[in-house]
Design a protein around this ligand. Structure first.
Ligand SMILES: [Zn+2]
Length: 121
């Protein structure tokens, strides 16, 4: 019993760890695509898989809602081929956040690829 419990705890920790590390990157991918054209969940899930992120609806939809709650996306329900679909578009605040994120990712990319990142001591 004890072993099962700690195994579950461990899996949970790994999940939380991934979430903290990668969800910001996934949000930036979402903003990049929303800056090009209106997006919806299923297409975004497929696109994220191209980038190496397998992310289900139970994770992506709350992430989209969070971006909307923070004013970076806005959404509306539309009928597409007889189905109701929530379509997301980027807001002007979302475009500003994306521009800031681009500069920060460039900065991070630079440091990641430096042969010797500078010492902080
Ligand atoms: Zn993409």
């Amino acid at each position: 019993m004890q072993d099962t419990f700690s195994a579950q705890l461990y899996i949970q920790h790994v999940t939380d760890h991934k979430r903290e590390l990668f969800y910001g990157l996934i949000r930036i991918h979402v903003l990049v695509h929303a800056s090009q054209e209106p997006i919806f969940g299923l297409a975004m899930m497929e696109e994220l898989e191209h980038h190496g992120y397998r992310i289900g609806p139970g994770t992506l939809y709350p992430l989209l809602h969070g971006l909307e709650r923070n004013g970076l996306l806005k959404s509306q329900l539309k009928n597409v081929d007889g189905r109701r679909r929530r379509i997301y578009t980027i807001t002007s605040a979302g475009r500003k956040a994306l521009a800031t994120a681009r500069a920060k990712v460039d900065e991070l990319h630079h440091e990641l690829h430096e042969k010797r990142p500078r010492s902080i001591l």
